[in-house]
Design a protein around this ligand. Structure first.
Ligand SMILES: [Zn+2]
Length: 316
């Protein structure tokens, strides 16, 4: 059995991973699947809308993937609930220390194995159904990436997406609705600037550890991606051993990308947009986030901001 190659987009939410996933999903040979960590609840149990606009249970692509992955029963509520239960037992930030150890030392290795078997089945089914060679999973959470490194048939390539902590913090303070929820009124989570600064530190630090433990990892700054998406996509493709021809990038132009619909299970609301999308740096935080908060976030995240090459002066 050949290993399923997975580009895993890691990083804290509001770092531009949905845009990056959509752009990667336009490449031949790539299947963009959305945030698979949410497949079990938002897809199977809550039947939220797929990126193609159809409720999960009505999407022909996902229905076929379910049958390939889990046989004739496909997606079932016990499967969804069982995966949420397993997730709570093995895939949480607090379990990172045990996930850093070798697999046979993991205290719940049977549950971890069952959890990973389902992911492996879904990745393999996505590749078969779409006829591609690489899945993009934009789940972002570092704990799932740490879990996935324990399955030998998952060829995990982590693209660690980082964005200026002050831009991330500003984005987390904004109201944003979730159009995929049934009522369409549910709001996305909001975090205080201090909370997002601390999460930013923890998430980025743990993804760096993953790289040091031997999982292939590529650091991609959101700001570099939007400044030159063609160069960034070429870097990611080389990292993932995906051959691309020049014409494969014709959908990208100066400051824009032409996107088609994709079957993503969860992500930022921009996953529903198709056609020409503007790709440009969003620096609203420099004007909108109060200076006092900018200084506080800079102080809390200073070591990693410097390491990633961001200026510490809050509004420079
Ligand atoms: Zn769909």
């Amino acid at each position: 059995m050949t290993a399923s190659r997975v580009i895993y987009l890691g990083g804290l939410g509001r770092s531009g991973t949905t845009l990056i996933e959509r752009v990667l999903g336009e490449l031949p040979g790539v299947c963009s699947a959305g945030e698979l960590i949410h497949l079990w609840r938002w897809g199977i149990l809550d039947d939220e809308r797929c990126g193609c606009g159809t409720p999960f249970s009505g999407c022909g692509f996902w229905t076929a993937v379910g049958h390939r992955a889990f046989g004739s029963s496909g997606w079932t509520r016990p499967l969804g609930r069982g995966m949420l239960e397993l997730r709570s037992r093995v895939d949480r930030a607090r379990y990172l220390p045990q996930l850093m150890a070798p697999t046979d030392l993991h205290p719940r290795r049977r549950e971890l194995a069952a959890y990973l078997r389902a992911y492996r089945n879904v990745y393999a089914a996505l590749l078969d159904e779409s006829g591609t060679s690489i899945v993009v999973d934009s789940s972002k959470h570092s704990s799932l990436a740490f879990c996935l490194r324990h399955h030998r048939d998952i060829d995990l390539r982590v693209v660690h997406v980082v964005r200026d902590s002050r831009g991330v913090a500003y984005s987390w303070t904004k109201d944003m609705s979730r159009p995929e929820s049934a009522a369409g009124r549910q709001q996305m989570t909001r975090y205080s600037p201090v909370r997002s600064a601390l999460l930013w530190n923890a998430n980025n630090a743990s993804l760096a550890v993953l790289g040091r433990l031997g999982t292939p990892r590529l650091l991609l700054r959101y700001e570099d991606f939007v400044a030159d998406p063609i160069a960034a996509v070429r870097r990611v493709a080389a990292f993932a051993d995906l051959p691309i021809a020049g014409s494969d990038l014709d959908f990208l132009g100066p400051g824009h990308a032409d996107l088609t619909a994709s079957h993503t299970v969860a992500g930022n609301p921009m996953r529903f947009r198709t056609g020409r999308i503007e790709v440009r740096r969003d620096d609203a935080w420099r004007r909108q986030l109060p200076r006092r908060q900018q200084r506080m976030i800079s102080a809390l995240t200073a070591p990693l901001l410097s390491r990633y090459g961001y200026p510490l002066g809050a509004s420079t």
